[in-house]
Design a protein around this ligand. Structure first.
Ligand SMILES: C[S@@+](CC[C@H](N)C(=O)[O-])C[C@H]1O[C@@H](n2cnc3c(N)ncnc32)[C@H](O)[C@@H]1O
Length: 643
């Protein structure tokens, strides 16, 4: 027992402080299968250096299987069942402290472990490196594995105002106790608060610090979670759970009612609610006004109780914004159908060179003579600026920020109308060369395209110039969702989009075609060719024949599904920083007005019947009456190679 500490008779916590007549503070109970809650403890109210201790004592009922209680915490207000024996810091002989945490009075953030309670010589000293956050993560078990090593006595400094002790016994008891050092607290009269007061203050702190806005948020749930984590870590099940691809450090993030409630509500704060449907599926639902109050009678709780993979944890974490802040707008994801998570990939908002692609952004490339004509908003000038001149002496964008009707019409008909389609042929096609290096087959042709040339850093105009649309990034509220018609995940808009609106560009890794083929041999890819110039220049050297692969690194466009012929998006090459079309941006614009919640689609230009084509066709479920699935198409335009 720590010196200088006096104990007082234990009382139910509820009678401490100032209980209110109708307050629900008389008892609190941790619902915990296989665990029985034991006594609260109140220690010391003496003079001089003294400590007051509140303890939560959880007793494991003997050798019951190590079942982690998964049921939700009942909203009862009983914290602890008083035990007959007073609980003091005098631990039984076989009890071992896991750790003692002293809140850092300065930072209030990281709780460094400075000292371990060693009131009895049988208390083991955990490793010094153990960090507070490890107590509920992998570190706790690390310390526990050393529980039968050395013993050490330590005195508790009078400077430390409070400390948290977590200890376990070989019998499976886990004891959490909070002690206060009255002298370090300034010697003020120490009067224990009521449970309701404590809950309220803690809730306020959590709401402030962690930005939780769940009206049902309850500190007791968090404590209960912590107890569950400790028992989980202290049993074999915790070891198993750290195997596989569950991230050990995030073990505590495994599904639990408290955690789920937190997730749900932090998502709510971001305009999303994580809710479980009655059929066991879940939904991350954004609201049109950024705040969801009604989730349609769906239960606001948990995901499946299985161990979450790293990918699943990430998706849960980024449920309200899969871009992780990379874009100007947040993009949520939703699954209203089953429990699946989207596939793993790293979100990037700009193309990145994988390895060999020759892509150099240089100021030299864009001629000086054209730039002086760009200033302010080029669209307002009487004469088209030099950039517009490079692309047909007309601006592609209207002052409303959408693609001009004529320009868009031409792009659409060049893509869709066989009469308007114009194929350019390479003398030596990089595609064919990658297929058969020795005797490549003749080029099958690449669709001629209209190109948009945007103003850029070398131009004198404003970033908000009307001829800079794609480079300013996403504007509309989009959402990734699991499609109901077996196309996998798709992308939809949450708001009405005007015709000709820029939706997003296709972002991924910039690969050479031979890198793509090498990659294709190992895994399925999700690429699109940047072949707009290949036929124009007779061919392209390998390091110049490029494509974008969004399989591992990509943006929202990787979720856009294919629709034959009448898709609501069209892809248009956009030149920003490179003037020679070897590398360009591929941007998606709406072909018509698109309603809120409509799925966004584009025509991959896939030839479902060309067995020789690198495109791995899928069974098309686009639903278009023009679906050309399994019908021979002679077109060969930039194609997505599918997984
Ligand atoms: C670029 S990804 C689109 C996102 C994909 N649905 C997902 O779940 O990640 C292309 C893949 O989506 C599926 N897909 C796209 N359009 C489809 C369609 N019209 N019918 C069936 N599957 C489609 C195919 O499996 C294709 O290989």
């Amino acid at each position: 027992m720590n010196k200088g500490k006096q104990t007082v008779e234990p009382r139910p916590l509820a009678v401490l402080g100032r209980p209110e007549p109708n307050s629900h503070s008389s008892e609190m109970h941790f619902s915990s299968k296989g665990k029985e809650l034991m006594s609260p403890n109140v220690a010391s109210n003496g003079k001089g250096p003294q400590r007051v201790s509140l303890s939560l004592h959880i007793k494991d009922l003997g050798p019951e299987p190590c079942v982690i209680p998964k049921k939700r915490v009942v909203d009862t207000h009983a914290l602890i069942i008083p035990k007959e024996e007073p609980f003091t810091d005098d631990m039984p002989q076989d009890e071992v402290p896991i750790a003692v945490i002293h809140p850092d009075p300065l930072s209030g953030k990281d709780l460094a472990i400075r000292e371990f309670s060693t009131g009895k010589s049988n208390w083991q000293v955990p490793p010094e490196s153990l960090h507070a956050d490890e107590i509920v993560g992998g570190g706790a078990s690390a310390s526990m594995s050393k529980r039968h090593t050395s013993c050490e006595l330590a005195t508790v400094s009078n400077e430390i105002p409070s400390r948290l002790e977590i200890a376990s016994s070989q019998l499976g008891e886990v004891k959490i106790s909070v002690s206060y050092n009255n002298s370090a607290l300034g010697g003020q009269k120490f009067q224990l608060p009521s449970i309701d007061e404590l809950r309220e203050l803690m809730a306020q702190r959590c709401l402030r610090s962690y930005k939780l806005i769940d009206p049902n948020f309850d500190v007791i749930k968090i404590l209960n979670d912590m107890c569950e984590c400790i028992s989980e870590l202290a049993t074999n099940s915790s070891n198993q759970s750290r195997e596989g691809d569950v991230m050990p450090a995030l073990d505590v993030l495994k599904r639990s009612p408290g955690r789920d409630a937190l997730d749900a509500e932090s998502n709510r704060e971001n305009g999303c609610v994580l809710a479980r449907l009655l059929n066991g599926s879940f939904i991350v639902q954004p609201s049109s006004n950024g705040c969801v109050d009604d989730v349609g009678g769906k239960e606001l709780v948990v995901l499946p109780q299985h161990e979450l993979t790293l990918n699943e944890l990430r998706w849960l974490h980024d449920a309200s914004d899969i871009t992780k802040g990379e874009e100007k707008v947040e993009i949520s994801w939703v699954n209203e159908i089953n429990k699946d998570f989207p596939p793993p990939f790293q979100y990037i908002s700009e193309n990145l060179v994988f390895q060999n692609a020759h892509v150099s952004f240089n100021l030299y490339g864009i001629g000086d003579e054209s730039c002086p004509t760009c200033f302010g908003d080029c669209l307002l000038a009487e004469q088209p600026c030099g950039c517009a001149c490079r692309a047909g002496r007309k601006f592609a964008y209207s002052s409303a920020g959408v693609v001009e009707e004529d320009f868009l019409g031409e792009c659409i008909s060049m893509t869709r109308d066989p009469q308007q389609q114009f194929l350019l042929y390479c003398t030596e096609c990089p595609l064919e060369r990658s297929k058969k290096d020795d005797f490549p087959e003749p080029c099958k042709g690449h669709l001629k395209r209209k190109v948009i040339k945007e103003c850029w850093s070398k131009c004198g105009c404003h970033k908000q110039c009307g001829n800079r649309v794609v480079q300013r990034g996403l504007n509309y509220k989009l959402q990734v969702f699991l499609t109901p018609d077996e196309k996998g995940w798709g992308l939809r808009t949450l708001e009405k989009l005007p015709k000709g609106a820029f939706v997003c560009e296709f972002v991924g890794e910039i690969l050479t075609i031979s890198e793509l083929y090498a990659r294709n041999r190992e895994k399925h890819t999700c690429p699109i060719l940047l072949d707009a110039y290949w036929g124009l220049k007779g061919g392209a050297r390998d390091e110049e024949a490029l494509c974008l692969d969004a399989t591992c690194y990509g943006n929202v466009a990787r979720f856009i599904n294919h629709r034959c012929f009448d898709a609501n998006l069209i892809e248009i090459p956009v030149e920003v920083e490179t003037p020679d079309l070897r590398y360009y941006h591929l941007a998606f614009f709406t072909t018509r007005e698109v309603h809120a919640l409509e799925e966004l689609t584009w025509d991959y230009g896939i030839d479902f019947d060309d067995l020789d084509h690198p495109v791995k066709a899928f069974r098309c479920r686009c639903g278009s009456k023009f679906c050309r699935n399994m019908k021979r198409s002679t077109r060969s335009k930039s194609a997505i190679i599918t997984g």
